[in-house]
Structure formats: structure tokens, C-alpha cells
Write a protein that binds this ligand. Structure first.
Ligand code: NAP
Length: 328
């Protein structure tokens, strides 16, 4: 994790350094292990009050409390909670409690944030931070770019992209003739797919990301579950290989725009694109996004959409913003 640590430690010192942030990490799997490694190298800025996992970690030593009860962790009095939990009721309750107690939240948990737009609204009403850069695009700054464009007075006409690293990784293996179950197992072993990969495969993960982009672009929070989505299971692995031979690549493409009447038009489709298309040039877990503004401005983003380094890097960028704002 040396590069994540460098990201933080290379920052120039500022004259008005905020107090140390007291931090609780919820979950310590792929994402938060990377975050923890980097934060442990910043003892002057960050105090790790507790780390919560589902199973006990008896081997853990040091000053940080390793807990299995989320409420016990909140009782350590954190300024900031970093959510690296899967989509589960415990995560939803934890974010609710953090917002209720006026604790800053940084989360990678796109499913919960998309389902509960009230959390961000309530945090904003309390002037506490509720940031989730890592929830869309992994290391690709999709939400940040949409936010900057709208802040600069642009109106987003459409967003189109490969937003799910796991399904892209799986499609890449299917193209090579690997079986579906083997491809999923490889995505899990690489830390991209969760234990239950169905939301990646069925397009729900991409739909949740579209809901978060819609929130930043239009201030509207569509129901991710109501966004129509094609499942990877709707095509035969042989079809994926077959079109590849004809210069086409299947990609899970998430699309968002606003109709003339102001409604959100969003969908997740499996499309066979020409291999020269920017969205078709995504390899493995990469994401690619095209943002088109009504002014005609077009922005293309491309990069690692999943995995420890890019995702933890986005979480650390949110922490850096919080520290820079002096909200510790
Ligand atoms: N992985 C990626 O590339 C990526 C990219 C973008 C966003 N995300 C999002 O980031 C979040 C974390 O992903 P991940 O890949 O790091 O997940 P992960 O590797 O499966 O880790 C999840 C962690 O949460 C803990 N946990 C699960 N249920 C819990 C509960 N009820 N109480 C306390 N702890 C619990 C687990 O504990 P144990 O260690 O004891 O099992 C584990 O430490 C997810 O919401 C995911 O959608 C992930």
C-alpha cells in the first residue's frame, strides 16, 4: 500500500492544521484494509479509535480496539466513520446512527447510499460531511467530475459508462472462453466481486451508481431498483466469444439522461459495441465514462473501477478533503 500512503504523506503542510480526526472503520476487507494501512502512517492527523469486523480478529494487537459490535465502536466517540461494509441492514443502521449523532461519514457503500438519500440530506442539514467518492467508479472520479461541472454552471445532458468492474472483468474472461462460474470465482479472488456477486451480475450495482450520479447531476434521487437492468445471465457465454470474433465486445453499459419533461431516463444494458468504441476498450476491472453537457462539452474518464488501491485511494481523497476543510 506504499502508493496510498504516499498520496497522503506527499501533501504540503498547511499553516492551519486541523485537529486529529478520531476515526472508526466499519469493516476491514478489501477496501478498508487499504484505508487502514494508509491511515496508520498518519498518526499526527488520524487516531484509529476502533475497527469493526463481523468475526473476531484475536491476533490483532496495538492501541486500536478491534470490535464486532458497531454500537461499541460508536461509543469510542469518533469524529468520522469510514464505511467499508457490504450492503446489509447493519450498514444501514450504522450510517443512520452516525448521521443522528452528527459524526462525519465517508462510505464506499453505494447500495445503502442510493437506497437512503435521506442520510445525505440529514447530514447536510447538520453540517456534517457525508462523502462517497469511492461508491462510483472506484478510482475514477465520476461523482467529483459531475459535481465540478454542475458547480461550473454546466447542465449534464447524459452520462454513459461501464460502471461495474466485476461484470467487465467477467465479460473479459467469457470472451476468452472461460466458464461463467470460473469467471465469477476469479473476480472474487481478485477482490472485485463480493461474496454474493448477484448485484454486479444483474446490473443492480450499476443502477445504484446511476442513482448516485443522478443525485449529483440533477438533485433527484431515483429508486435504483426501478432502473431497468439486463443481467449477464441473459446472454450465453458463447455469444460473448462469438461477437468478439466479429470485432464486437459485450459491455454492461449504464446510461442516464433527462427527458424534456425533466424525468430521469436511466437503464443498464448489455450492448455489443465495436471494439474501437471507448467503452469497449475497458479491460478487466476498468471503468470508462462519457459525460456530455448541454453546452456540447464532452468529458471521457477511464481507469480502475474496483480493487483495493483505487477504491481506498478515493476514500483517502475524501478524508484529505475533510482534513483540508478543518472539520476534524
Ligand atoms: N472491493 C471493491 O473493489 C469495491 C469498490 C467500490 C466500492 N466497494 C464497496 O465497498 C464496500 C466494502 O467492500 P469490500 O470489497 O471491502 O468488502 P469485503 O472485502 O467483503 O469486506 C467487508 C468487511 O465488512 C465486515 N462486515 C460484514 N458484515 C458485517 C457486520 N454485520 N458487522 C461488522 N462487520 C461486518 C467484514 O467482516 P469480516 O472481515 O469479519 O468478514 C469485512 O471486514 C462495499 O459496500 C462495496 O460495495 C468495493
Amino acid at each position: 500500500m506504499a502508493n496510498l500512503a504516499a498520496l497522503e504523506l506527499d501533501r504540503p503542510e498547511t499553516a492551519t492544521r486541523p485537529a486529529r480526526l478520531r476515526v472508526v472503520l466499519l469493516g476491514c476487507g478489501t477496501v478498508n484494509t487499504g484505508v487502514l494501512d494508509a491511515l496508520e502512517l498518519m498518526p499526527d492527523r488520524i487516531e484509529i479509535a476502533a475497527v469493526v469486523t463481523r468475526r473476531r480478529r484475536p491476533g490483532q494487537t496495538g492501541r486500536t480496539a478491534w470490535l464486532t459490535d458497531i454500537r461499541d465502536a460508536f461509543d469510542t466517540g469518533p469524529d468520522l466513520v469510514i464505511d467499508g461494509l457490504p450492503d446489509c441492514p447493519a450498514a444501514e443502521k450504522a450510517l443512520d446512527l452516525a448521521v443522528e449523532r452528527g459524526i462525519h461519514v465517508i462510505s464506499a457503500n453505494k447500495a445503502v447510499i442510493a437506497r437512503r438519500p435521506d442520510l445525505e440530506a440529514r447530514a447536510r442539514a447538520k453540517s456534517t460531511r457525508f462523502a462517497y467518492s469511492a461508491a462510483v467508479g472506484g478510482g475514477v472520479p465520476v461523482l467529483e467530475t459531475v459535481q465540478r461541472l454542475t458547480a461550473a454552471g454546466e447542465t449534464i445532458a447524459s452520462v454513459r459508462g461501464v460502471l461495474n468492474g466485476t461484470s467487465n472483468f467477467v465479460l473479459g474472461l467469457l470472451e476468452q472462453g472461460v466458464g461463467f462460474d470460473q469467471a465469477i470465482a476469479a473476480a472474487q479472488a481478485a477482490g472485485f466481486a463480493e461474496a454474493d456477486p448477484s448485484s454486479d451480475i444483474d446490473g443492480l450495482d450499476a443502477a445504484a451508481k446511476l442513482a448516485l450520479i443522478a443525485r449529483k447531476a440533477y438533485g433527484i434521487a431515483p429508486d435504483a431498483l426501478a432502473i431497468p437492468a439486463d443481467s449477464l445471465l441473459s446472454i450465453e457465454p458463447g455469444q460473448v466469444c462469438g461477437v468478439r470474433e466479429n470485432g464486437l465486445r459485450y459491455r454492461q453499459v449504464a446510461e442516464l439522461s433527462r427527458t424534456e419533461t425533466g424525468e430521469i431516463d436511466a437503464r443498464v444494458r448489455l450492448i455489443a459495441l465495436p471494439e474501437t468504441h471507448p467503452l469497449a476498450r475497458t479491460e478487466n476491472e476498468e471503468n470508462a465514462v462519457e459525460i456530455t453537457c448541454e453546452s456540447g462539452l464532452k468529458i471521457q474518464l477511464h481507469g480502475k473501477g474496483a480493487g483495493q488501491v483505487p477504491t481506498a485511494g478515493s476514500v483517502l481523497a475524501d478524508i484529505r478533503d475533510l482534513l483540508a476543510a478543518g472539520e476534524g
